[in-house]
Design a protein around this ligand. Structure first.
Ligand code: F0G
Length: 469
């Protein structure tokens, strides 16, 4: 039987077949063109301000948007809501210990809470923390403590056309030089984000994680993994890294974590739940300090801001995410959409990553200058065309204005992320998305740039009001 399945897999289908059937559905509605136009106007042309009921296909994020399995929903009914020592906490902790090999598990309500607690306990003003690329919340939680952040990903990660494997790898020479320059005693830890969400959702190779770990151990610096999409990363290792095709996903995952001293995780990604997170570490003293901090804001150490039933759903989701047919379909969906778009000449960040397709908005809309925010303009155009919600990762999110000169500097990449929620959309949804993007590309000359009418001082993309130019 296994042999048959293997043979079946070998005849590489070019479309991903859902390894599940649908037991419960949620209605989605397509608004008329006029209704979409009104929704855009009412929302100040900001995707975050559009009510989700006015969205037909929601690709804003893959975070907290997964469909849970019947097994996870059944787990909710076994929730033990005791304040201390809930049985679901023990299942949660044992599962994470088993999967990661870390000794202590501290639940949090989501990823950024895990970051805040870990950073509060381990960093002080004037410290330096390198990462391949810090995700925004990681960077924000460090910078607010006066820590300087460095993104030490290999240079090719910034070249959207470099079609290479493991583009999320950290540059080891850069890391060595950075440690030499800033001195090991000023670096409380090194972090590595798998997969690298901030540049194409690209995986990090095991050999790179091993080498980063070696450098860290040499200098006696702890290594933590930002583990949001650890299973997706492990799948790429199995598929593409020499020596790993015969290993199981759980074996690869164990090896990844074996090189680190701990991890933070947003369970809203690869634990297939709508809310949750955790910190896992080996050090006994550190675990104690983390729990002491946790109790101030997140709650007691056996629930950390989550209900008992939520802990159960995470424990079950973390097992399901390691199933290879799940991962094959998951990564297959992203690759499938990427290929449909690429075939039609849509400019994309290459190669396809783990959780999203990233469109190069400045090349898609070459007539819109950076200061009129092409990525933002494309999110408006895709909603207008088909009710599809995406997110612009470019000038509005990361642009910085010099207060004196008024001149704005822009990040290297101007992207629109089409994040695919896990187990939510079918093959025909993907076809629909591709058609909408291709239609928009054909009419790209009509897409207008935008200008900011109102913005908040920090994280302006969440609340900015825009108008079309
Ligand atoms: N680290 C990475 C790599 C992330 O992608 C995220 C969230 C976090 C940490 C923070 O986790 O949201 O649970 O607090 N990324 C989401 C996204 C928001 O859309 O990419 P959180």
């Amino acid at each position: 039987m296994d042999k048959m399945i293997e043979e079946d897999r070998m005849c590489e289908r070019d479309y991903p077949v859902e390894p599940y059937k649908i037991k419960s559905v949620e209605r989605i509605k397509r608004l008329s063109r006029e209704q979409r136009e009104k929704a855009l106007k009412d929302a100040g042309y900001n995707m975050f301000s559009i009510p989700s009921e006015k969205v037909f296909i929601d690709l804003l994020t893959d975070s907290g948007t997964s469909a849970m399995s019947d097994n996870q929903w059944a787990g909710l009914m076994t929730g033990d809501e005791s304040y201390a020592g809930s049985r679901n906490f023990f299942h949660f902790a044992e599962t994470i210990q088993d999967i990661t090999g870390f000794k202590h598990v501290i639940p949090t309500h989501q990823g950024r809470a895990a970051e805040r607690i870990l950073f509060t306990v381990t960093t002080r003003e004037g410290n330096y923390v390198p990462n391949n690329i810090h995700f925004d919340t990681t960077r924000a939680n460090l910078e607010i403590r006066g820590v300087e952040c460095a993104d030490l990903v290999q240079e090719k990660a910034y070249d959207p056309e470099a079609d290479i494997l493991f583009k999320g790898d950290m540059d080891i020479d850069k890391l060595e030089n950075y440690i030499k320059d800033k001195k090991p005693e000023n670096i409380p830890f090194v972090m590595i984000t798998i997969t690298n969400n901030s540049a194409g959702g690209q995986p990090v190779s095991l050999s790179n994680i091993r080498n980063v770990s070696k450098v860290c151990r040499k200098h006696n610096i702890p290594l933590y993994i930002d583990a949001c999409r650890f299973a997706e990363n492990a799948y790429f290792i199995k598929k593409h890294e020499p020596g790993y095709s015969g290993k199981s996903i759980p074996e690869i995952v164990k090896e990844i974590f074996s090189y680190a001293d701990g991890a933070t995780m947003s369970a809203k990604k690869d634990a297939l739940v709508n809310m949750g997170g955790f910190i896992a570490v080996n050090d006994d003293g550190l675990a104690e300090r983390l729990k002491n901090n946790l109790i101030i804001s997140e709650g007691f150490a056996t629930y950390g801001g989550l209900a008992g039933r939520d802990l159960e759903a995470v424990a079950r989701g973390l097992r399901e995410v390691l199933e290879e047919d799940y991962l094959e379909h998951r990564i297959g969906q992203v690759r499938y959409l990427w290929k449909l778009l690429s075939k039609e000449g849509i400019p994309l960040y290459a190669p396809p990553g783990g959780h999203a397709v990233y469109v190069l908005a400045d090349r898609f809309l070459p007539h819109i200058p950076r200061h009129a925010y092409p990525a933002w303009a494309l999110t408006v155009a895709l909603y207008r065309e088909a009710g599809i919600r995406t997110v612009g990762i470019g000038g509005v999110m990361f642009g910085k204005k010099d207060e004196k000169t008024g001149k704005e500097t822009f990040p290297e990449l101007e992207l629109v992320r089409l994040a695919i929620p896990r187990r939510v959309y079918t093959l025909s949804h993907l076809n629909f998305i591709a058609d909408a993007v291709i239609q928009t590309y054909k009419k790209r000359d009509q897409v207008k740039g935008v200008r900011i009418v109102h913005q908040a001082p920090h994280l302006r993309h969440f609340t900015a009001c825009m108008e079309e130019i």
